[in-house]
Design a protein around this ligand. Structure first.
Ligand code: GLN
Length: 197
């Protein structure tokens, strides 16, 4: 199994480390051709407006190549924080570029600025009984989602982990904890998809 991590900007190195710790071959992806042969892709945390600029407002080949892999080949993709914003169909109050493949509406910086970043123990039934140490850094919240979206975790009134078919998003950052469970959950999705192909 080979899983790519979009490495235009943000904390892609931490995701590569987590995948390696899970025993999976991980590669940094910057160009469209590097998507070929991948079994899954992670879009890391970072700054969504910067990624919008780096993908030339959606006109860069890497942008259309990711979108095509998702819509035509159902490539499993996991977006953390900025990655969840980049996958969303709707971003509250913003027209910034996004892949628009996941039927969710997100609110950026929903908890306030950087200094309001926090860590909390989150109940995620899909990962077992032990709470997950979830780190929120200028995190978004999912404020609305379509019928095809499975809600996997909530914090207060907002949705912070969700899945739509082969797409997974978290508003928090498992890659900077030592807990591999979210990455393993995603790798199970990748494995399932690989078996079908
Ligand atoms: N606030 C950032 C954005 O809007 C996301 C922050 C993150 O990925 N940690 O893109």
């Amino acid at each position: 199994m080979i899983v790519g991590v979009l490495a235009l900007q943000g904390d892609f190195a931490e995701h590569i480390n987590m995948l390696t710790a899970c025993g999976v071959k991980a590669v940094a992806v910057r160009y469209a051709a590097e998507l070929d042969g991948l079994d899954g892709l992670i879009i890391p945390g970072g700054e969504s407006t910067a990624v919008d600029k780096l993908t030339d407002d959606g006109s860069a080949p890497i942008f259309s190549a990711i979108k095509e892999k998702i819509t035509q080949q159902q490539l499993p993709v996991y977006g953390t924080c900025m990655g969840s914003i980049f996958l969303a169909k709707d971003i509250e109050g913003s027209r910034q570029g996004r892949l628009a493949v996941m039927d969710v509406k997100v609110k950026r910086n929903a908890f306030g600025p950087q200094r309001r970043s926090f860590e909390t123990d989150l109940a995620i039934a899909a990962l077992g009984e032990e709470p997950f140490p979830a780190v929120f850094i200028r995190a978004p919240l999912i404020t609305e989602c379509g019928l095809g979206v499975e809600i996997l975790a909530r914090l207060n009134e907002g949705i912070v982990m969700a899945r739509q078919s082969n797409l997974l998003v978290t508003a928090f950052h498992p890659e900077i904890t030592g807990d591999l469970r979210v990455h393993r959950y995603f790798l199970d999705m990748v494995e399932g998809h690989k078996r079908l192909c």
